[in-house]
Every structure is written in C-alpha cells, then in structure tokens.
Design a protein around this ligand. Structure first.
Ligand SMILES: [Zn+2]
Length: 161
C-alpha cells in the first residue's frame, strides 16, 4: 500500500484513536458496493456521498448514495459535499424512519485513514467510511467515528448484514 509521508506525520497520527474498535456498524452489501463503485468511477479524484439507514440500536447502513464533490480545485485530496444534494436526500427521507447517518469519501492512492481535514468537517454520531483506491482498484475500506471529546477518530468494527 502506497502511504504518502504526511500519513506518518504527528498531525495525522494525533487524530487516530489507537485503542481499537469498540463499536459496531452494520453494513448492507449494496451499500458497500455503491461506495466501491463511486470510488472507482471518480478515480483519480475523490468521490463522496451519504450513508442512509438507522441508528436506533447501533448504526445500520442500508444504502450509500454518491453526491457531487464540489471541491474542483483540489478534487484529488479534498471533498466538499454538495449541500443541495444533502438537502434533497434529507427531504426525501423525512417521515420514512430512515435518515442520513454518515458520509463516505475515497482516498485516491492513499490509505483509508482520516486526515486532519477530515476531522475538521466531521460530525458527532456520524459514521465515516474511507475507501482507499490505488491504481483504480479498491484496496481497503475502513469505518471511523468521532470519539467522545471529538479530538480523534476511532475505528468501527463492521458487520456485513
Ligand atoms: Zn479524507
């Protein structure tokens, strides 16, 4: 796996909680497939999108939907979800019992680990899968969430269901 130097820097290491996964995220096969397909379609640019499901009793992701990445200048290593896309999905889900429970994005030719920029834009209680895509092929996908004091990302254990 290709790992740029910055992923070994103190700023990057400081935002990872190394204590190991403590919470579980359940994931449907179609949601996994949608994230992988979005990452491949946009390579070498970053893909991003929303996770849809429920979080009544732990996270259950049953759908992932790609949303336009508005960051055109740095689309290879930054993403900015189209707010209109977010609002449309949010509106569509109103009253259905399903909701937006996370945001996925891809890291072209980089590890599936969050960056300090990812931390700045992360929301509490959301699930953040990162798809590592190297030479156009999905290499890894890791799931993260903010820890209690929101200073770091902690890894989640994924159960396929
Ligand atoms: Zn990122």
């Amino acid at each position: 796996m290709h790992e740029p130097e910055r992923f070994k820097s103190p700023e990057y290491l400081a935002i990872l909680d190394e204590t190991g996964p403590s919470e579980v995220c359940r994931l449907s096969p179609s949601a996994l497939n949608s994230m992988q397909e979005a990452a491949k379609k946009y390579y070498p640019l970053e893909a991003c999108g929303l996770l849809i499901g429920t979080c009544n009793n732990g996270w259950q992701v049953d759908e992932a939907r790609q949303i336009e990445n508005l960051n055109k200048e740095r689309a290879a290593d930054r993403f900015q979800l189209d707010p209109a896309g977010y609002r449309n999905v949010d509106r569509e889900l109103r009253g259905t019992g399903r909701e937006i429970i996370g945001v996925f994005h891809s890291h072209p030719d980089c590890p599936a680990k969050p960056s300090p920029t990812d931390l700045e834009s992360a929301w509490e209680g959301f699930v953040y899968p990162i798809v590592s895509i190297c030479d156009g092929e999905v290499a890894d996908i890791l799931f993260w969430t903010l820890n209690r004091d929101r200073s770091r990302f902690q890894p989640l254990l994924v159960k396929h269901s």
